[in-house]
Ligand binder design. Structure first.
Ligand SMILES: Cc1cc2nc3c(=O)[nH]c(=O)nc-3n(C[C@H](O)[C@H](O)[C@H](O)COP(=O)(O)OP(=O)(O)OC[C@H]3O[C@@H](n4cnc5c(N)ncnc54)[C@H](O)[C@@H]3O)c2cc1C
Length: 443
């Protein structure tokens, strides 16, 4: 069975990708193709009027949708190619990030970070600025040093970090071409020990924000916005870089406003932690501890929605305090919120472009009332420079959204050059680019 069929919600004939992972976005594509050679992909792209790359369909909005052909690169041949001397690895774009991580680790290599779930395609991950956490860790897109893509004309183009337009080509929302391979910066493999700190109240978090998030290689704060306003710190300590825990910390004495958890935890309270990656200080390879969930546990669909705003780091404590006013309305609709940090990068459409950033994330219950709250969240976080995650749900004015990216007009220029007839465009891109007067009538 082709790899793409196993991963996507395809119709019975395997001809149309029907829905996204969460199931609430019904795709409008006329057909689904998954070529098994780059030559076939080139012919498909050059011969199509409207076409759009689909990764593993994990986005929560219609960003990946098209009215034309949906194309997956999951069935293209290819394997990892590591250049040890340069610390670079070519990775097939359709591979799941977690699979690529396993293969890298098997050869003694690592990438600097991972998202919470390893099931997402490499191309989709980098096209939307997907990130993990860590004060000194940039987004996953920022570890890209080169891309190979099929352009609108059907040419196979390799573009690397020394090209002046490269910074606009990585977080590119599928607007510039169909990525076939990604060149990742890699480093020698490393170990992670994961710990959870229970019962941390928001006051302690906000008062000691920098202490909490600098306390380990990667730190997340989970909260449900309950009336008590307490949460958990999820800490991933890098072996050889972060200090071992002290006897007092291990004994459960007060630490960062809480105390060490005595059992394995799930980010959602009351949920079985079976599918979570190991905690309580077990030493694990990086790719088994940086994601929150095990790769072997493959949810084929999700009973949740997600929203996330990437806000300037210095504004984050104040914005989190402002959000407390919405807590009574957020809490009933929420599974859990996660707060993460990332350092600035230079990618034009990255949520962390040009500034250290904090991700304020909401995993919602799959209920329509969530949509009613999105404009209020946008009104609170947007004017403060909050950039909604491209792959999650948001309700923002497209012109206001574009204005939060200082290089947006340069990106619009790239789109006009790379895709003069608008074959990769869809409604989401039309609204965004239309707000900057880059119009196309491609239907
Ligand atoms: C359970 C879950 C957990 C998540 N955890 C995180 C997290 O920890 N951190 C985070 O930042 N985000 C997270 N996300 C969001 C997710 O990383 C993004 O939505 C990501 O873009 C999904 O990748 P995908 O392969 O499913 O892409 P799709 O949703 O299929 O597509 C997304 C975009 O990528 C483009 N694209 C896909 N393939 C190609 C290609 N070959 N060439 C060019 N463009 C392409 C599409 O055209 C589209 O614009 C999570 C999502 C889910 C469902």
């Amino acid at each position: 069975m082709p790899r793409s069929n196993r991963r996507l919600g395809l119709d019975k004939r395997g001809e149309t990708a029907v829905r996204n992972w969460s199931g609430h976005v019904e795709f409008t594509s006329e057909r689904f193709e998954s070529p098994s050679s780059v030559t076939a992909l080139q012919a498909l792209v050059s011969g199509s009027t409207t076409i759009r790359a689909l990764g593993t369909a994990h986005s929560f909005n219609a960003l990946a949708d098209t009215t034309g052909v949906h194309v997956s690169v999951a069935d293209l041949p290819g394997s990892l190619e590591i250049d040890s001397a340069k610390g670079l690895a070519w990775v097939p774009a359709g591979m799941r990030y977690g699979e690529a991580a396993r293969l890298l680790d098997a050869q003694g290599w690592a990438v600097h970070n991972m998202a919470s779930l390893g099931h997402i395609s490499v191309a989709g991950t980098i096209a939307t600025g997907t990130h993990g956490s860590g004060d000194r860790n940039p987004t996953l897109s920022a570890s890209v040093a080169g891309l190979e893509m099929v352009t609108a004309a059907g040419d196979l183009l390799t573009i690397t970090h020394d090209d002046p337009s490269f910074a606009g080509c990585v977080v590119a929302l599928g607007a510039l071409g169909v990525t076939t391979r990604v060149l990742l910066r890699v480093e020698p493999t490393f170990g992670i020990r994961q710990y959870v700190i229970d019962d941390v109240d928001h006051e302690s978090l906000l008062a000691g924000f920098d202490d909490v998030f600098s306390s380990a290689y990667s730190v997340s704060f989970f909260t449900c916005w309950t009336p008590e306003l307490t949460g958990k710190i999820w800490m991933k300590r890098r072996e050889g870089r972060d200090a071992p825990l002290t006897d007092a910390q291990l004994a459960g004495e007060p630490w960062l406003g809480g105390h060490l958890a005595t059992a394995k935890r799930h980010p959602l309270p009351e949920h079985d932690a079976m599918h979570c990656t190991e905690q309580q200080g077990a030493l694990l390879p990086w790719h088994e501890a940086l994601p929150h969930f095990k790769l072997d546990f493959t949810p084929s669909s999700g009973d949740e929605l997600q929203t996330e705003y990437l806000v300037p780091r210095e504004r984050a404590p104040g914005l989190l305090r402002d959000l407390e006013a919405l807590a009574p309305r957020i809490h009933p609709l929420l599974h859990v919120s996660e707060i993460r940090t990332m350092c600035a990068d230079e990618l034009w459409l990255s949520g962390a472009y040009g500034r250290d950033t904090v991700g304020i994330h909401f995993t919602w219950k799959k209920v329509p009332e969530v949509l009613g709250l999105l404009p209020e969240i946008d009104a609170l976080l947007g004017p403060a420079g909050g950039r909604p995650h491209w792959g999650k749900l948001y309700e923002s004015d497209p012109a206001a959204l574009a204005s939060r990216y200082p290089r947006f007009d340069d990106f619009a220029g790239l789109v006009a050059t790379f895709d003069p007839t608008g074959k990769f465009r869809n409604q989401t891109l039309d609204l965004l680019l239309g707000s900057r007067n880059v119009h196309h009538d491609h239907r």
